[in-house]
Ligand binder design. Structure first.
Ligand SMILES: Cc1cc2nc3c(=O)[nH]c(=O)nc-3n(C[C@H](O)[C@H](O)[C@H](O)COP(=O)(O)OP(=O)(O)OC[C@H]3O[C@@H](n4cnc5c(N)ncnc54)[C@H](O)[C@@H]3O)c2cc1C
Ligand code: SF4
Length: 477
């Protein structure tokens, strides 16, 4: 099979099992894939020119030592490549799968910039770590000594988990509190399984649990347990609660049934993949099967919604965005993937109302791009008299997320927030306005990326260790 065709075939077979050719058995596929992945990783790693100006490394939020692990992979020294790669990244197999590499490491590869196509750094990172798991090179967490101090982490997303990993390896007693029934945050319930397989996330959570991290799940801090109670119980606290307040769309008819929030739609789909009982999915309320789906928004969450709808068997899937392709916030790679799968993008279009008690259509105004606004992006302007109706049975609102009002929710006046509602925290340490309280991830940055949450979690854990050390010295004096 020609390499190009093989690549396409493997991608389709992995992403869309329903399209897998019927004569291909799962075990054949696994073997073909393993062989192919090994050859592909080595081939890609050998393409790295070891240029000496590793822009890839500087543009990776974790400053991963990419040239070194690419060289080791090209030389077939995979275990050493894994050791180098995991030294700076807590979850390399996760980042390899879901980082928007076109905006980070790969977008800054000098080979890409000289027009020869980037080294596929993320895929190699994923391959190295998947191989490490298969071969038992991923070491369990075994602190060399136990420390008496304990840290409470609120939120079991990538920020909280990365901090827990560093602290636990240092022997600190770590408890993570989360309001969901499973750990992982958006890795578990936000990002769809076709981008990030859930067993990959669960394996990491099991590793933390086996290493002594305590998880207190189904615990909504502020309701089931107060923030002060957690503060009183631990020597330090890390807030890693992410951002979950959905930006809403207020327009005539927007309360019709069939108009749903992206996070609810994606959570239902992810829960279903775990085999959970999800009545809203079974009744069709949060299920795109057989429907004309319209997704509103142009970010990565919108891309996840359109691609999930396709996989659920929607009759048609359209994505409405008020700017054009060049000005959309989502990854262009994701748009290309969605288009290839049959999603239609309706650019320069904004909803102004919805028809039906159970939605039957979206009233759409056409837009044109005017002068740049304060953010430097060209502002969309209405074209008068351009309204038309886009038929729809399911409308998914994917307009972004904002932080919840933590000081109010938790009744803590002293916790300072920014004018955007994010927790005010020192840049490299995550220290907040409260003594012994740190914050990491989206709740500090606003909706961001997994790799930045990991970076924050690791940095902040270092600062917490310093804080605990200073307190221990004071106590000993
Ligand atoms: C649909 C979607 C797709 C995305 N895709 C990508 C992608 O492909 N690549 C990428 O890099 N990034 C992606 N992101 C962004 C990425 O998921 C986030 O930036 C990242 O998960 C932030 O990590 P976090 O640890 O700060 O928060 P989260 O992952 O949001 O975790 C926060 C945790 O805190 C818990 N929590 C909140 N409040 C409380 C409380 N009061 N009590 C107890 N627990 C609480 C929540 O239940 C949750 O488990 C995506 C985001 C979304 C919404
Ligand atoms: S962590 Fe993300 S940005 Fe860094 S090398 Fe890996 S895929 Fe690239």
């Amino acid at each position: 099979m020609a390499k190009e065709k093989m690549l396409k075939f493997v991608d389709v077979a992995r992403d869309m099992p329903e399209k897998r050719p019927p004569n291909l058995r799962k075990q054949d596929f696994g073997e073909i894939y393993a062989e192919y992945a090994a050859a592909k990783a080595e081939e890609q790693a050998s393409r790295c020119s070891q240029c000496g100006v590793p822009y890839c490394q500087t543009h990776c939020p974790l400053h991963n030592n990419i040239p070194d692990w690419l060289r080791l992979t090209a030389e077939g020294r995979l275990q050493e490549a894994y050791e180098v790669s995991q030294a700076t990244n807590t979850f390399p197999e996760i980042c390899g799968r879901i980082c928007p590499q076109d905006r980070l490491c790969e977008g800054n590869c000098v080979i890409e910039q000289s027009g020869h196509g980037t080294v596929t750094i993320g895929s190699v990172e994923k391959y190295i770590t998947d191989t490490a798991w298969e071969n038992g090179w991923v070491k369990p967490i075994r602190p060399s000594r136990e420390r008496p101090e304990s840290v409470g982490i609120i939120g079991a997303g990538p920020g909280g988990l990365a901090a827990a990993d560093v602290l636990r390896r240092a022997g600190v007693q770590v408890t993570i509190y989360d309001r969901y029934d499973r750990a992982g945050g958006l890795l578990t319930y936000g990002i769809p399984g076709f981008k990030l397989e859930k067993d990959v996330v669960m394996k990491r959570i099991a590793q933390l649990e086996q290493g002594g991290v305590q998880f207190v799940l189904n615990c909504n801090v502020g309701e089931d347990l107060s923030f002060d109670a957690i503060r009183g119980k631990h020597d330090a606290v890390i807030i890693a609660t992410g951002v979950y307040k959905t930006r809403d769309l207020v327009a005539p008819g927007s309360d019709a049934s069939g108009i749903v929030r992206a996070i609810d739609f994606l959570t239902a789909s992810n829960r279903k993949s775990f085999g959970d009982d999800v009545p809203e999915f079974d009744t069709g309320e949060l299920n795109a099967a057989g429907k004309r789906v319209v997704v509103i928004g142009g970010g990565d969450t919108a891309m996840d919604c359109v691609r999930t709808s396709i996989r659920q068997g929607a009759e048609s899937v359209k994505c409405l965005y008020r700017r054009d392709r060049a000005n959309m916030p989502g990854s262009l790679r994701e748009v290309a993937n969605a288009e290839e799968e049959g999603v239609e993008f309706v650019w320069l279009s904004a909803p102004n109302a919805f028809d039906g008690d159970a939605v039957t259509g979206v009233r759409v105004d056409k837009m044109r791009l005017g002068l740049p606004d304060a953010s430097g992006r060209r502002a969309p302007e209405l074209i008068e008299g351009s309204e038309y109706v886009e038929g729809a049975d399911l409308v998914i609102k994917a307009l972004g997320f904002e932080p919840e009002d933590l000081p109010k929710l938790w009744g803590v006046d002293g916790l300072e927030v920014t004018r955007w509602g994010t927790v005010k925290a020192e840049f490299t340490t995550g220290k907040t306005s409260l003594d012994g309280v740190f914050a990491v991830g989206d709740i500090v940055r606003g909706a961001s990326l997994v790799v930045w949450a990991i970076r924050d979690g690791r940095d902040s854990a270092g600062a917490v260790l310093e804080y605990l050390g200073q307190n221990a010295m004071v106590a000993a004096e």
